[in-house]
Ligand binder design. Structure first.
Ligand code: CA
Length: 245
C-alpha cells in the first residue's frame, strides 16, 4: 500500500485514506504542489510510518479500518517525530461533533468530504505556511524559550517575560501557558487541557481549567477582562491568540 512518488521535494506528506480514489487524488494534487507523498490505507500503517519518519504535512481520514483517525492523531501527537507536524483531518460528515473530535485529537484543521481539489490545496498550503512561520517565529530557541505575541516563555526559569517585566508562574500556570503558546491558534478543549496539564490528577474538574486560566490572565494580561493572549473560544475551550488576532 505504501508508495512514494518521486517529485521535487518541497517537503513530505503522509496521506492516510482507505478509499483509493480519494487517496490518489489527494496525493496527485499535493505532489503537484511539490510534496513527496507517502500513502497509507489503514490507521495502523499510518501510525507505523508516522513513528518511523518525519513528515511536513499529514492528511488523515477520520474513518479508517483498524485504528481510526482520532486514535492515530492522538498517538502521533503523544509520541512520534511528528508531534508538531500539521495534520489535516478528512471527515465524512460536517457535524460539529466531527470537527470537535478532529481538533480535540490534535488535528490543526479539517476538511469535510466531498471536498474540492482547490480547497484541499488551499488548506494544505495554509498549514504548511503556518508551520513554517511557527518554526521560524515561535519555535523554542536553543534554551527552549517559546516567543509568542511579545511574551518570552522560559521553561528553565518557569518564567514569562513581557518586555522588561518578569512574571513568575506556578508550575500549573506555566504548563498551561506554555502548552497554549507552543501551538498558537489551536483550540484546546477543557478536557484536553485537564489531561495535558494536570495529567493523572483525578481531583480536578473542567471548572479547574477556568480557574487556572483566570489566574494566568491576572498575571500576564494587561487587561485580564479583555485578554489578548489567552482567549476563550465559546463552546470549545481556549487558545493562545493567532499571529493575526
Ligand atoms: Ca474512510
Amino acid at each position: 500500500m505504501e508508495r512514494e512518488r518521486a517529485t521535487p521535494a518541497a517537503g513530505r506528506a503522509l496521506i492516510v485514506e482507505d478509499e483509493p480514489r480519494i487517496r490518489e487524488l489527494v496525493a496527485l494534487h499535493l505532489s503537484l504542489e511539490g510534496l513527496a507523498c507517502v500513502e497509507a490505507g489503514t490507521g495502523d500503517e499510518a501510525l507505523r510510518l508516522a513513528r518511523a519518519e518525519r513528515f511536513d504535512l499529514i492528511v488523515l481520514d477520520l474513518m479508517l479500518p483498524g485504528l481510526d483517525g482520532v486514535t492515530v492523531c492522538r498517538a502521533i501527537r503523544r509520541d512520534s517525530p511528528n508531534a508538531a507536524t500539521p495534520i489535516l483531518m478528512l471527515t465524512a460528515r460536517s457535524e460539529e461533533s466531527d470537527k470537535v473530535i478532529g481538533l480535540e485529537s490534535g488535528a490543526d484543521d479539517y476538511l469535510t468530504k466531498p471536498f474540492g481539489v482547490r480547497e484541499l490545496v488551499a488548506r494544505a498550503r495554509a498549514l504548511l505556511r503556518r508551520a513554517g512561520a511557527a518554526r521560524a517565529a515561535h519555535a523554542p530557541d536553543a534554551a527552549g524559550i517559546v516567543s509568542a505575541a511579545g511574551l518570552a516563555i522560559d521553561p528553565s526559569r518557569r518564567q514569562v517575560r513581557a518586555g522588561e517585566r518578569a512574571i513568575d508562574l506556578t508550575a500549573l500556570e506555566f504548563e498551561l501557558l506554555h502548552l497554549l503558546a507552543s501551538r498558537r491558534g489551536l483550540v484546546f478543549s477543557r478536557e484536553t487541557l485537564l489531561a495535558r496539564v494536570w495529567k493523572d490528577d483525578r481531583h480536578v474538574t473542567e471548572r479547574s481549567v477556568d480557574t487556572l486560566v483566570k489566574r494566568v490572565r491576572k498575571k500576564i494580561e494587561p487587561d485580564p477582562e479583555n485578554p489578548r493572549y489567552v482567549l476563550t473560544v465559546w463552546g470549545a475551550g481556549y487558545k493562545f491568540a493567532d499571529a493575526d488576532d
